[in-house]
Ligand binder design. Structure first.
Ligand SMILES: [Zn+2]
Ligand SMILES: [Zn+2]
Length: 266
């Protein structure tokens, strides 16, 4: 059923394409994405080593772009000026379209919260210097992340709250700050409570992602996720918004192209 309902182009704005989960068949995964109409994949880093890997993937695949940065889970390894200098270098190639993913995760707390905050502040600073949008990971840290976004004036570069799973009010606050929300397979899960959110956000504020290899959409839940499945997310979003899937594909494609400067960087 991959891609069966659409022929419009789509962009997977959040894929962990460097994950070892793809080591055995990464090229086939990318080919399947193309066959499903996914013409662009943004490969998202989680630490500095992962940033090297997503850059290599972007170098070797015309359809792959990169976001470099340090995830809150890995923030404990952030060494201030040393890490910042390295990230600044990693962010220079033209196929780097964002700093990410960065943010706060108070659900898992894999890094001390003070370290998460410090890594976030430093990385927003780099994004502002290099004029790159940011990709924000937020889990159970709403008040703190919104406060930090305002305090660091991150709206100057803008970006996206990826894997959005908040309330309609949270969505409103993010969009008022000038940020996008990105939705994924969670939209297809029963009782996820996302219908009320996606029915009311403006069309120009939504992006599509998979967050693969995680969050596989129904009916493939329980198996490895991959960029081709972004077509299922598009289909479900269309259903919830009561519009044609091709309209969703066109709108989200335009939003991602504009936010990440894909057209001018291609
Ligand atoms: Zn994330
Ligand atoms: Zn992610």
């Amino acid at each position: 059923m991959l891609g069966s309902t659409s022929c419009s182009p789509m962009i997977d704005t959040h894929a962990h394409l460097d994950s070892p989960d793809y080591d055995a068949d990464r090229e086939a995964v990318i080919e399947r994405a193309h066959a499903a109409g996914v013409h662009t994949i943004i490969a998202i880093a989680t630490d500095l080593e992962s940033s090297d890997r997503v850059l290599a993937l972007a170098d070797s695949h015309p359809s792959v772009y990169a976001a470099v940065g340090v995830h809150p889970h890995e923030a404990k390894a952030w060494e201030g000026a040393t890490s910042a200098a390295r990230l600044r270098e990693l962010a220079k190639p033209p196929k780097v379209v964002a700093i990410g993913e960065i943010g706060l995760d108070y659900f898992r707390d894999h890094s001390p919260r003070a370290a998460q905050e410090r890594a976030f502040r430093d990385q927003v600073q780099i994004a502002r210097e290099l004029e790159l949008p940011i990709i924000i990971h937020n889990r159970e840290a709403w008040e703190d992340i919104l406060h930090l976004v305002e305090e660091t004036d991150a709206a100057q570069v803008g970006g996206v709250f990826h894997c959005f799973a908040g309330s309609p009010e949270d969505a409103r606050r993010i969009i008022d700050l000038g940020f996008h929300i990105s939705v994924n397979g969670i939209l297809t899960y029963k009782n996820a409570g996302m219908a009320a959110v996606v029915q009311h956000v403006p069309a120009d504020s939504i992006l599509l992602e998979t967050d693969c290899p995680y969050l596989t959409p129904h009916p493939y839940r329980g198996r490895r996720n991959e960029p081709a499945h972004v077509s299922i997310v598009a289909g479900r979003l269309a259903e919830l918004r009561g519009v044609d899937p091709t309209q969703i594909e066109r709108e989200t494609d335009a939003n991602a192209t504009s936010l990440f400067g894909l057209a001018v960087r291609a």
